[in-house]
Design a protein. Structure first.
Length: 274
């Protein structure tokens, strides 16, 4: 890759974003996960990029979407998003398809979270814990410094991931827009994003059906019948139903309460359960 020089303004923005990204995991919600925190992290950066108030608030609203990633791995996504937002600010109004920004975020958050959770919560945590136990048994006070040592890969991945993501975007996004590749990227990113969300629905949304009865001496299990028609059909229907209600501007709180009430009702009737 050709070396790309960063201007003083670029360095200032990315440095501020690096420190604010430390707080990405401090605000979580059921409806948006880290979406609100993302906006808090990037709000002053958006304010510097978008001088027009309408563009600033449009960016804030657009990025207030579901987002969930291992915070350590967010640097690259954040850097790419920043370079794309800058390109959107430079382009004539309405010519840059901002759907590509959302598609990129959704498409990358799953793989990045998988890598981050595996390494930081699994491999690296176990290595540090094993070393700490060994030193603690010997009464060695160096064990107190291990948490600080454990932070080093975290900070390096955050910093260089963000720097690489920003440089990558700065180098290629403008060319992609000029050559028409950006439109293809937007479509591809949207497809990947929908695929990731579909996979999350199938794995995270659970509607276990326990209803059983006997018909002519044969045990009838409703869950098996539904699985034969379409595996994970009820989680899909529930997710689509919530999506339709949200598109109709029904409050997310009301949707959540509706899901809770529906769950209690179906469990009371003996249709669903653990």
């Amino acid at each position: 890759m050709t070396k790309i020089e960063m201007t003083a303004q670029d360095k200032k923005l990315t440095k501020r974003m690096f420190w604010r990204n430390m707080f990405l995991g401090f605000n979580m919600s059921y409806t948006r996960q880290q979406g609100v925190a993302w906006d808090w992290v990037h709000a002053p950066i958006y304010r510097e990029i978008y001088k027009d108030d309408d563009q600033f608030w449009e960016a804030m609203k657009r990025n207030m979407e579901f987002y969930n990633i291992t915070p350590n791995m967010n640097g690259m996504v954040s850097g790419l998003a920043l370079s794309m937002e800058e390109e959107n600010a430079k382009a004539p109004k309405g010519t840059f398809d901002t759907a590509g920004i959302s598609g990129m975020k959704i498409g990358l958050m799953g793989p990045m979270a998988g890598i981050g959770d595996t390494f930081f919560s699994g491999v690296w945590a176990l290595i540090i814990m094993g070393i700490a136990i060994s030193f603690a048994k010997q009464g060695n006070l160096i064990v107190a410094a291990l948490p600080l040592i454990a932070l080093i890969p975290n900070l390096l991945v955050r910093y260089y991931g963000q720097k690489f993501g920003y440089k990558l975007g700065t180098k290629y996004i403008q060319k992609a827009v000029e050559n028409g590749v950006m439109a293809m990227f937007t479509k591809a990113a949207s497809i990947v994003g929908v695929t990731v969300v579909g996979g999350m629905i199938a794995t995270l949304v659970k509607v276990p059906v326990i209803f059983k009865t006997k018909i002519n001496g044969t045990v009838f299990e409703l869950q098996k019948v539904l699985d034969q028609i379409l595996p994970n059909m009820l989680p899909l229907l529930l997710a689509v139903g919530c999506f339709v209600l949200l598109r109709k501007n029904v409050s997310p709180v009301k949707v959540l309460l509706g899901v809770v009430v529906l769950g209690f009702a179906l469990t009371f009737l003996g249709i669903t359960g653990a």
